[in-house]
Design a protein around this ligand. Structure first.
Ligand code: HEM
Ligand SMILES: N/C(=N/c1cccc(CO[C@@H]2CCNC2)c1)c1cccs1
Length: 348
């Protein structure tokens, strides 16, 4: 019988016998290249918290299962960033490194994303940079990282380990880190704030789990939805906390919640992010477009007879929720496999 999903895969029984035999011999088994590609795409398709799944079939898979050495893993992560954004067009891509095998755990990337900004804790308790990564930055400095120039946007080094013990630290070359300066289409004072953000979001701390095999190092990237930067990374109080700064520059009544100064500042910050990426020619979507695309995906999945898992609290954007169509309906968040999963790790 053919595997309905993927006719190219061939009859499933002989393959299952082969897999069972390999598990009997070695305690694990090796995916064929076709199984790896389909498994990674299915894992994206099964990601209930992801609004961007319409293009799940187009995921590019860089098979680096032969790579385990931390230095090579770091080098391949740099290549991933170059490969995912060759110009300024971003291409959804995943790089799959060696999986855990009995007696030989796979490599681990300690960073949450390939590109993150340092958070430097000052003596007065304030933080220069991203407070979310203050602890990680302190740990890296204890491991010997000399720190960057001390700007609010210093790119952190990669921390990669393959065996117990301290990780290898590897700086990302500047030409592999595409960044966009943030300006506003109407307010010239906006660029005086000196804000910027990196173009490629690449999650590096999740496990790609396919058929019982865990790829603990499988960094994947897409492109950003503007609200991630404009409504969370630059706006949250425990991140760059810029709403009061933007509101004051706009001359709003910051002391009075009922003036909705936060809401006005949020919209202008998001207008600035979308405008800046557009001006730089770097791929990015807005939350209205992405919401519409997601509902098209959901409809296609239902028509294909598949359950499309979705988590309302993650799918609905952090601003203007009810002004997007994803707000006005329910979803079922069933856990399917293959999956991208958060596994508790001894590193945390
Ligand atoms: C192509 C453009 C894409 C867009 C615009 C997009 C958008 C998003 C957004 C906005 C979130 C929520 C993040 C947050 O609230 O912090 C998310 C979550 C997620 N996305 Fe996508 N995504 C895209 C591609 C991908 C790709 C290529 C993959 C994997 C191959 C992926 C896997 C996931 C997963 C696993 C989560 C949940 C993460 C977690 O549980 O912490 N996405 N996505
Ligand atoms: N646009 C994206 N956004 C995210 C996707 C998944 C996770 C995250 C960051 O999640 C953190 C943990 C909870 N919110 C921040 C952001 C993508 C990253 C990689 C492919 S697409």
């Amino acid at each position: 019988m053919f595997h309905a999903e993927n006719p190219a895969a061939g009859p499933v029984e002989p393959r299952l016998r082969e897999v069972r035999a390999e598990i009997g011999r070695t305690g694990t088994y090796t995916h064929t290249p076709g199984e790896l590609v389909f498994g990674a795409r299915a894992a994206w398709r099964n990601s209930g918290r992801c609004i961007g799944r319409l293009y799940w079939r187009s995921l590019r898979v860089r098979d680096r299962r032969h790579v385990r050495d931390p230095r090579q893993v770091a080098a391949e992560c740099v290549e991933h960033l170059r490969d995912a954004a060759p110009g300024r067009r971003i291409r959804p891509t995943v790089t799959v490194f060696a999986p855990d095998r009995p007696g030989a755990p796979g490599p681990r990337i300690w960073n949450e994303q390939l590109i993150r900004y340092a958070g430097y804790e000052m003596d007065d308790g304030s933080v220069v940079g991203d407070p979310r990564y203050a602890g990680f930055t302190t740990m890296l400095r204890k491991l010997g990282w000399p720190g960057g120039p001390g700007t609010p946007f210093d790119v952190l080094p990669l921390a990669v380990s393959a065996d117990p013990g301290p990780p290898l630290l590897a700086e990302l070359p500047g030409d592999a880190v595409l960044e966009v300066p943030i300006s506003h289409p109407v307010h010239p004072w906006f660029e005086e704030l000196g804000l910027r953000w990196h173009a490629v979001p690449a999650i590096s701390n999740m496990c790609l789990e396919i058929g019982g095999v865990c790829y603990r190092a499988a960094p994947f990237n897409g492109w950003y939805m503007g609200t991630e930067i404009g409504a969370r990374n630059l706006a949250d109080e425990d991140r760059y906390d810029l709403l009061p700064v933007v509101a004051r520059r706009m001359g709003l009544e910051v002391g009075n919640d009922r003036s909705l100064w936060r809401d006005h500042a949020l919209v202008e910050l998001n207008v600035a992010v979308l405008h800046s990426f557009e001006k730089a020619g770097v791929t990015m979507t807005d939350h209205h477009t992405e919401a519409r695309r997601f509902l098209i995906h959901l409809e296609r999945e239902e028509r294909a007879g598949r359950t499309c898992p979705a988590d309302w609290s993650w799918i609905v954007p952090p601003i203007s929720g009810s002004a997007t169509p994803v707000f006005h309906r329910y979803y079922t968040d069933v856990r399917l496999s293959p999956a991208f999963a958060h596994h508790p790790d001894s590193l945390e």
